[in-house]
Design a binder for this molecule. Structure first.
Ligand code: PEP
Ligand code: MN
Length: 339
């Protein structure tokens, strides 16, 4: 159920509707928009009787939602969501650049990369302290020590920290040290983790699963939002196909497909999306041209020595070149087309 308030509805009208929804045992999600406030109703097993709400003061209409998702949808919120992270944002007019190594390996490595990332004008620094590796014998990340290094990078360069948690305990730690909680492709349908992220004060960057359909990905975002965290950023990072010339197949069509149904911002990860250094910049350019709200790029000061994902890491110079190219493209196409 979606309750659309009249343009002139008062705060008290909205609060009254929320009270009625809550008293019925449902959860109310109030999303103010440019022209009207909408209240999403979740927690109901069957259909909710619309007439209960239609006569309340300030209510324009109560609409039954037949799609599986409610809160991610443009029906609830026709304007694009801008996820604000301090004085930075993802989903606004500015192209969001999130760059850094796959994994934090040492203080010297993180600072060497962060220096260039800051100079490029990016507002976000990425780097994993907990790595979801295919092999249990591969480098698993520095753990909390990695998070401490990330917090020091934030302090030194003013960059916002985007970093992954693999489990609920990891979310506690990322909340202590980071700014944006990354949930990885392998965890996209870890429902208890999604719910925990939904109770976090941090925005969540939700990567698309290795073999997830658009609906499965959007419903994963819905899990987070259903708990009350509306600051979700979707990240297309490639899906597994029969193609062997890339690590994953970057699905750029996901951008207009998401835009058609959702207000959430979408960023593109051409690093995991291709797995190959020489493909990252061309696909980053394409992602921006397709209307992505941002890019997440793996960069390393010594890619040949990287402890994870070296083959897809850009050198510092390659990264700087990428930034100048994608900025030029963004200027031509901004504001990103909707619909
Ligand atoms: C990463 O960003 O380093 C990562 C592990 O990504 P994904 O979950 O997309 O594989
Ligand atoms: Mn990686």
């Amino acid at each position: 159920m979606l309750i659309v308030m009249k343009a002139d509805a008062t705060d008290e009208d909205v609060a009254h509707v929320v009270r009625v929804v809550t008293e019925l045992g449902y959860k109310a999600h109030t999303l103010p928009g440019a022209n009207r406030t909408a209240i999403g109703v979740t927690g109901n097993q069957g259909a909710v009787d619309a007439t209960r709400f239609e006569t309340l003061p300030g209510v324009a209409e109560a609409i039954r939602v037949t799609k599986p998702y409610k809160l991610i949808s443009l029906d609830l919120k026709p304007e694009k969501t801008i996820v604000r992270v301090g004085d930075a944002a993802i989903g606004g007019d500015e192209l969001a650049l999130i760059a850094g190594p796959c994994a934090i390996e040492s203080r010297a490595q993180a600072f060497a990369i962060a220096e260039t990332v800051r100079r490029s004008g990016a507002r976000f620094f990425r780097g994993g302290a907990y790595k979801p590796r295919t092999s249990p014998y591969a480098f698993q990340g520095l753990g909390e020590e990695g998070l401490r290094i990330l917090a020091d990078v934030r302090e030194a360069y003013g960059l916002k920290i985007v970093t992954e948690a693999l489990d609920e305990h990891g979310v506690d730690l990322v909340e202590r040290y980071g700014d944006v909680l990354q949930l990885g492709a392998r965890n996209m349908q870890n429902f208890s983790l999604l719910r925990r992220a939904g109770r976090s004060p941090l925005p969540v960057l939700l990567k698309r699963g290795l073999a997830a359909t658009l609906d499965e990905w959007l419903l994963a975002a819905e899990y987070i939002m259903a708990e009350g965290n509306y600051n979700v950023i979707l990240c297309e990072r490639g899906i597994r196909t029969f193609a062997q010339h890339t690590r994953n197949t970057l699905d750029l069509a996901a951008i207009p497909a998401v835009r058609r149904v959702s207000h959430l911002p979408v960023v593109i990860d051409p690093s995991h999306g291709t797995g190959k250094n020489y493909m990252v910049t061309p696909l980053a350019r394409a992602g921006v041209a397709t209307g992505a709200d941002g890019l997440i790029i793996e960069v390393h000061d010594q890619p040949e020595r990287a402890l994870s994902d070296g083959a897809q890491a850009l050198t510092l110079a390659e990264y700087e070149q990428l930034v100048s190219e994608v900025r030029a493209i963004h200027e031509v196409i901004a504001p990103a087309p909707v619909g």
